[in-house]
Design a protein around this ligand. Structure first.
Ligand SMILES: Nc1ncnc2c1ncn2[C@@H]1O[C@@H]2COP(=O)(O)O[C@H]3[C@@H](O)[C@H](n4cnc5c(N)ncnc54)O[C@@H]3COP(=O)(O)O[C@H]2[C@H]1O
Ligand SMILES: Nc1ncnc2c1ncn2[C@@H]1O[C@@H]2COP(=O)(O)O[C@H]3[C@@H](O)[C@H](n4cnc5c(N)ncnc54)O[C@@H]3COP(=O)(O)O[C@H]2[C@H]1O
Lengths: 141, 141
């Protein structure tokens, strides 16, 4: 039964831990963000501060959209815009004791979800890939 | 039973049809591709030709990586590079009679999969979101 299997999975079992998550820092320019996004190959990453608190999510589409002028793309403005001016602050969050079903529900509309602990510190991310792997494994057995 | 449910779902039930899929054309510059990607908000889209044959996939990360010079990002080169020079040609494909289980297996490693008909013409895409919605609905009932 898929639902009973889901009750047994802990978020911590399938979490990608913070130290493996590419991210940018509050105060960075969007030029730096574009470098991190391009070199990591990820289309969207978390924005954290020095205390590992989560502030938002930033993507290459958000960065590029912010420099699309009426006549041309204004690449020279990249170094003068900060990630906090462009990032999405209205983001879903789970915590370490959240249920797998909540994770499944949240990744319907989000490619990944950030996970925090009870202090509000960033612990890692839950991705669609990890959830789909678990479901596929269950279906095969 | 999730597996029996999966045997009843047709790819055509959950397909996003070709006319709703943002894409770029063979022969376009990567500057045009970056415009389509940024304005559509999608991180990766198919590359088609005028006969709606599928040639590859292109993302903003691939485009930007191709103009990252040693010293700076060479934005002026965007208009002179074609999508075929940068796109990923080695891509998974399903056809209209593929099984849902194959779709599930393929989206473990791919955010979406292109679907073709028996003539090799592009029919649309299968996305992780559509698959997760179906699975979630099944788990809830
Ligand atoms: N370097 C790589 N190696 C192997 N496969 C790769 C890859 N980069 C991307 N992919 C594949 O492409 C999917 C979409 O990646 P995207 O960067 O758009 O979207 C990613 C990205 O925005 C974020 N993400 C995943 N892992 C991350 C990490 N380690 N650090 C930061 N963000 C991450 O979560 C989203 C969903 O990730 P998910 O794994 O479900 O899905 C990934 C994965 O299946
Ligand atoms: N305009 C929008 N409105 C609402 N939600 C949006 C959205 N743009 C992105 N999302 C959300 O973000 C997820 C990742 O989008 P991404 O563009 O990286 O990755 C997308 C994109 O590369 C491609 N894709 C999806 N729909 C497309 C379309 N109509 N045309 C072209 N490519 C599409 O398939 C990937 C997975 O799509 P999926 O729907 O599973 O997952 C989407 C969806 O949940």
């Amino acid at each position: 039964q898929l639902r009973s299997m889901m009750e047994e999975i802990l978020i911590s079992d399938i979490l990608i831990p913070a130290d493996k998550v590419a991210h940018v820092q509050i105060g960075n320019s969007i030029e730096h963000a574009l470098l991190v996004l391009t070199k990591s190959g990820y289309s969207m990453v978390p924005v954290l501060d020095l205390e590992y608190k989560l502030h938002g999510l930033i993507s290459s589409a958000m960065v590029l959209d912010s420099i699309f002028g009426l006549e041309r793309v204004e690449f020279e403005r990249l170094s003068s815009i900060k990630v906090e001016d462009v990032m999405n602050k209205d983001i879903p969050r789970l915590n370490l004791d959240s249920q797998f079903q909540n994770g499944l529900l949240t990744v319907i509309d989000n490619a990944f979800v950030c996970v925090e602990n009870s202090e509000g510190t960033f612990e890692g991310i839950l991705t669609r890939r990890e959830i789909l792997k678990k479901i596929n494994k269950e279906v095969r057995t």
